[in-house]
Design a binder for this molecule. Structure first.
Ligand code: PEP
Length: 250
């Protein structure tokens, strides 16, 4: 049985006071909920400070990205060696990284391997854009993203996958639960092809794309879902807490 995973991706938002306040509010609101894994992914710069308050709670920290080398002349990058002191999770291949920073599956594969080697659980994002969906290319795109970004991993790799249709991210137009279920079921099938049925069945698959406290239940009730990746709504402690509460009772 996979424990439900609710992950907040703060993106490039909050100042240091807001980051502290948001985290303290979340600890107050949802620390008592043990049946859900709760992860917040703040901007890098706040991670050590937030780790101080989060380490005595049962919330986890994740990073929104990382480089794949341990150290060296890589100006502006953050390594898994640095992150592993603070973070249990890392989001890799978010569509904003793929489109704005030209990250490709080959790079995401290197980052995935580096995360696993450093005991950080990668949350690998996949998803189609609107023209790919309209041309019937969704499954093709997702299959290729999975095959390439999960290449040459151990059979029992400890990873999570987030299905994030690009057209649903930050738009307020969430995928219908039917689309989300169909695609996540397909993702599990591809995981079985890449690894084996045991790994496919124990890998958390998340849905992300305009999830709010108002629609979370529709997704969390789906057969192949194991949690949600939340952008906008994770910046509001009440909304994020409500989503965690829904996940705990669904
Ligand atoms: C995201 O950025 O991963 C995301 C799902 O954003 P939003 O919830 O705002 O659509």
């Amino acid at each position: 049985m996979i424990k439900t995973l609710i992950v907040g991706n703060w993106k490039m938002n909050t100042d240091s006071f807001e980051a502290y306040k948001l985290t303290s509010n979340l600890i107050d609101n949802i620390n008592h909920i043990n049946s859900v894994i709760k992860v917040i992914c703040p901007p890098y710069i706040y991670i050590p400070k937030l780790h101080e308050i989060i380490s005595s709670s049962n919330l986890y920290l994740g990073s929104q990205n990382m480089f794949y080398k341990d150290a060296g002349a890589y100006t502006g990058e953050i390594s898994p060696q640095m992150l592993k002191e603070y973070c249990e999770y890392v989001i890799l291949g978010h569509s904003e990284r793929r489109t704005l920073f030209e990250e490709n599956d080959e790079l995401i594969n290197k980052k995935t391997k580096a995360a696993i080697e450093n005991n950080i659980i990668p949350i690998i994002c996949v998803g189609e854009n609107i023209s790919e969906r309209e041309s019937g290319l969704t499954k093709n795109k997702i299959r290729n993203q999975l095959l390439n970004s999960l290449k040459n991993l151990e059979e029992n790799a400890n990873i999570s996958i987030a299905y994030e249709p690009i057209w649903a991210i930050g738009t307020g137009v969430a995928a219908t639960p039917e689309i989300a279920q169909e695609t996540m079921k397909y993702i599990r099938l591809i995981l079985q092809e890449i690894f084996n049925s045991d790994t496919a069945n124990k890998t958390p698959i998340l849905y992300g794309g305009s999830v709010t406290d108002q629609n979370a239940l529709e997704y969390l009730n789906l057969t192949d879902i194991n949690g949600c990746l939340i952008g906008g709504a994770s910046l509001d402690s009440k909304k994020f807490s409500k989503i965690v509460e829904i996940a705990a009772i669904k």
